[in-house]
Ligand binder design. Structure first.
Ligand SMILES: [Zn+2]
Length: 164
């Protein structure tokens, strides 16, 4: 049931320069302060100290791998598959947080794209969410685990944050 984590995903076909990523980002000329800053990256080392701060929320956007692999203690789980439909739920779940840290397995595709989607969602919301920065964990969960950081194997989502 669980696929090997390093296994090759479906081959990606990239059409030669027909779609520009810049095109996707140019929606509307004016954004609030936070949105202009965009999405930045944090290292596993930085996250270790950040995670102790109650104003920081970790958002795991891996799909089914989360149920097979471990996760970072205290993380929320909003799978990238169906992420767009759950944006209001994520906003509710992270109410009162100032910094969000998104990650997937490697934080190369799903993590950054979900982070940008949430950033766009907050920028277009009428109320100020209080979120000051949206970041992505460099090298994702795999990098976190490979560098020997603590992981949790509970079945809760969101994780209650107790490592065992
Ligand atoms: Zn847990």
């Amino acid at each position: 049931m669980c696929k090997p984590r390093q296994g090759k995903r479906r081959p990606e076909y990239l059409p030669p320069s027909s779609s520009s990523p810049a095109r996707l980002r140019s929606r509307g000329p004016r954004r609030p302060e936070m949105a202009r800053k965009g999405v930045s990256y944090v290292s596993a080392e930085q996250l270790v100290s950040m995670a102790r701060d109650p104003r920081v929320a970790i958002v795991d956007v891996r799909d089914e791998e989360r149920t097979c692999d471990a996760h970072i203690a205290g993380s929320h789980h909003f799978a990238s598959d169906g992420f767009a439909e759950r944006l209001p739920e994520l906003a509710e779940a992270t109410r009162g947080k100032e910094t969000l840290v998104f990650h997937c397995a490697l934080s190369q595709v799903r993590g950054p794209s979900c982070a940008r989607m949430f950033l766009d969602y907050l920028s277009e919301a009428k109320e100020d969410s209080g979120v000051k920065s949206i970041t992505v964990l460099e090298r994702g969960f795999n990098g976190w685990e490979l560098s020997g950081r603590p992981v949790c194997r509970c079945k809760d989502a969101p994780c209650k944050g107790v490592c065992s």
